[in-house]
Design a protein around this ligand. Sequence first.
Ligand code: RB5
Length: 151
Amino acid sequence: MNNALRVVVGSDEAGYEYKQRIKTDLQSDSRVSEVIDVDADRDTNYPTVAIQAAEMIARGAADRAILICGTGLGVAIAANKVKGVRAATAHDSYSVERSVLSNNAQILCMGQRVIGIELARKLVHEWLGYTFDAASPSNAKIGEINSYEAH
Ligand code: RB5
């Protein structure tokens, strides 16, 4: 499929089972060209995994990432330290949609201790269907973030 996405997946111990299940879903989704798992082992702490994934996005080695920890918070905080990366924690359909269409977030973060696996899988399925529109009014707001980051 044209424009198929290279998607990184990663988790710490608290998100490992969801990451594994979502990875399997992504591997059979025609909208995904490649799935890259950054978990060296399941005991790696969330900051290491999140920063590794975010750096792949920042250097253009991947298009998007799904990061899972206990809450989805730690991975987002860590990933957002990487320049040029926007990671959002979202556990509902509307927020997942807006994370892409309003915020152009490349990374979706979720918590294995927060939502059920079927909702998490459904949200990932929806998330793959959204593409940021660079002609939208949201782009100027992303530009403000980028300007701050650049100074
Ligand atoms: C476990 O280390 C837990 O604190 C972590 O997975 C995450 O929820 C942190 O934000």
